[in-house]
Design a protein around this ligand. Structure first.
Ligand code: CLF
Ligand code: SF4
Length: 520
């Protein structure tokens, strides 16, 4: 069947769904065995999922956050039904969405559970690739149990083909684990920034616990205990747990590798280390006191350090609490309540269409995977396996999804960053920018949109896109970033590997290596 498009140009697909079952403990341990960055794409689902028991693959194959590969093809949506919070984080201003799972400084439109369910059915019927509904704010979902569980209850009855997902600070998690299990919620995120109350006291000024406000170290100690207890209880129930941690330089950056070890030992499935975003205009404690966030290099170094212990998520976009669409895009404006009220949704019919789309996606992805394996082996045999040069190279990729290079340089609002080396290709993360074609002459402080993109791409030696105009070509080259529009519609990792091999053949890698050695 012809696949519908998720956004303007990409088509989508997914891997084989296996049968469901219990026993996440076993799988969560097994997952971490493949972490680290050996040959091939360590961030890709091929690696992450190849060794997983079938019942765990069933839970993650189409979850865009739990599977790096799935995020190219599948969408998620959030409904903002949970306004209250029971703790205070120093990176949060209550005017905005919960920064534990959302981009700081964003305000989402709050919905009543009945409205939220209507919205989910409308989105699922319109975007069949939307597989996951998450509740992640604008406050803490489990500090608003009635609204959160009412939404989950209605959805589990009316839309059983949608996975349900929730994110929490963990304070009231142990009391809610039974309720979460009741609605077949397979995915829970806990934000764990520390396992040491002295570190916690620098992040959480207070918590609200048993009708009292408890400050400083004492409050942090209770929060940590509840988070760890909640994690253990979820794992015991076979629920997959993702741990989010906000990296705060000078506060918990040295401590997060230990957090990673501990949560892995307890059976967490995935660790997502997110950068602190602390703009002064957001009015948070950290923003106002000048606490900086990490650089791209610092974040990557910490993620690499943690990846020795467990599977790392590197594709998080810090979504808003009412996000709709692929990670990195926001189609919320297509689904405002007035538009939804006018839609006539027959969800049982929509479910049939969704199942067909998912089956077609499954087939497409399977054939892509086989083709990719064959081609990557060929390229390896032809060149890289000779190990003439091992210097790794960062490349930026412009994509709208579908796992292919299909975005114009000037339209990209973010770039995916890949590292190519003699070991293969691995996904490193994403970097946001202002689209060059929409940015006008300046985007603040006299900086042009192109200047901003050049800064964002610092460290990359090539940018792969479907097209790149004449105007940015020169400045990109002058900045040491080779524009490349020759691999439009090709699979990303394959194209990155080809460009890397081309660099090797013309001696670019050697030259750079020599320069590096001279400097050393
Ligand atoms: Fe939403 Fe979170 Fe579920 Fe995903 S988001 S509740 S696990 S469905 Fe995903 Fe968005 Fe990152 Fe969250 S990219 S902020 S990790
Ligand atoms: Fe803000 Fe979320 Fe922290 Fe609550 S848990 S204070 S909403 S960042």
């Amino acid at each position: 069947m012809q696949l519908p498009v998720l956004n303007n140009s990409a088509s989508f697909s997914h891997p084989n769904p296996p049968p469901a079952g219990e026993g996440a403990n076993e799988a969560q341990g097994a997952t971490s065995k493949s972490s680290g960055c050996s040959a091939g794409s360590c961030g890709s689902t091929d690696d992450q999922m190849g060794h997983l028991p079938e019942h765990i693959r069933q839970k993650v194959f189409n979850h865009p956050c739990y599977s790096e590969e799935a995020h190219h093809y599948f969408a998620r949506m959030h409904v903002a039904v949970a306004p209250a919070c029971n703790i205070q984080c120093n990176y949060c201003n209550r005017k905005y969405d919960c920064a534990n799972e959302s981009r700081p400084g964003v305000v989402s439109e709050l919905h009543h559970p009945v409205q939220a369910v209507k919205k989910v059915l409308a989105v699922a019927a319109t975007i069949p690739q939307m597989t996951v509904l998450g509740i992640a704010g604008p406050g803490d979902p489990l500090a608003n149990p009635e609204r959160t569980f009412e939404t989950f209850r209605m959805l589990s009855e009316q839309a059983p083909d949608i996975k349900l997902c929730v994110s929490t600070n963990g304070l009231s998690l142990p009391d809610q684990v039974e309720e979460l299990a009741k609605y077949n919620i397979d995915h829970v995120t806990i934000t764990i920034n520390c396992v040491d109350a002295d570190v916690g006291a620098q992040i959480y000024p207070w918590i609200f616990w048993k009708n009292k406000r408890i400050k400083g170290r004492e409050g942090a100690a209770i929060l940590i205990e509840q988070q760890q207890k909640g994690l253990e209880m979820l794992v015991a129930k076979g629920i997959l747990v993702k741990v989010n941690s906000v990296m705060i330089p000078g506060v918990n950056d040295q401590h997060l590798a230990e957090v990673s070890k501990i949560v892995k030992a307890k059976g967490a499935f995935l660790h997502n280390v997110m950068p602190l975003i602390s703009e002064a205009e957001h009015g948070t404690y950290y923003g106002l006191t000048g606490q900086r966030g990490p650089t791209h290099d610092e974040l990557q170094a910490l993620q690499d350090a943690c990846s020795g212990d467990m599977n790392m998520m590197r594709h998080c976009r810090q979504c808003r609490a009412d996000a709709v669409g692929l990670l990195g895009e926001d189609r919320g404006s297509e689904f405002t309540m007035d538009k939804i009220e006018e839609m006539d949704i027959n969800y049982p019919e929509a479910m049939k269409m969704r199942a067909e789309v998912h089956a077609a996606i499954n087939e497409e992805l399977e054939s892509k995977r086989l083709a990719k394996e064959a081609k990557v082996q060929l390229v390896s045999i032809q060149g890289i396996q000779k190990k003439e040069v091992t210097r790794p190279v960062l490349m930026a990729v412009a994509t709208k999804g579908g796992g292919v290079i299909n975005e114009h340089f000037g339209h990209a609002s973010e770039f995916l960053i890949y590292e190519a080396s003699s070991e293969g290709v691995r996904f490193i993360g994403h970097r946001k920018t202002t689209p060059y074609c929409e940015g006008g002459d300046t985007c603040g402080d006299g900086e042009s949109a192109l200047d901003k993109t050049l800064k964002v791409l610092a460290g990359c030696e090539a940018v792969l896109c479907s097209k790149v105009g004449y105007e940015p070509w020169g400045p990109l080259e002058a900045a040491g970033i080779q524009p490349n529009g020759e691999h439009a519609m090709e699979a990303i990792e394959e194209a990155v590997l080809k460009v890397y091999d081309e660099m090797r053949v013309v001696g670019k890698l050697e030259a750079k290596l020599d320069e590096q050695q001279k400097v050393a």
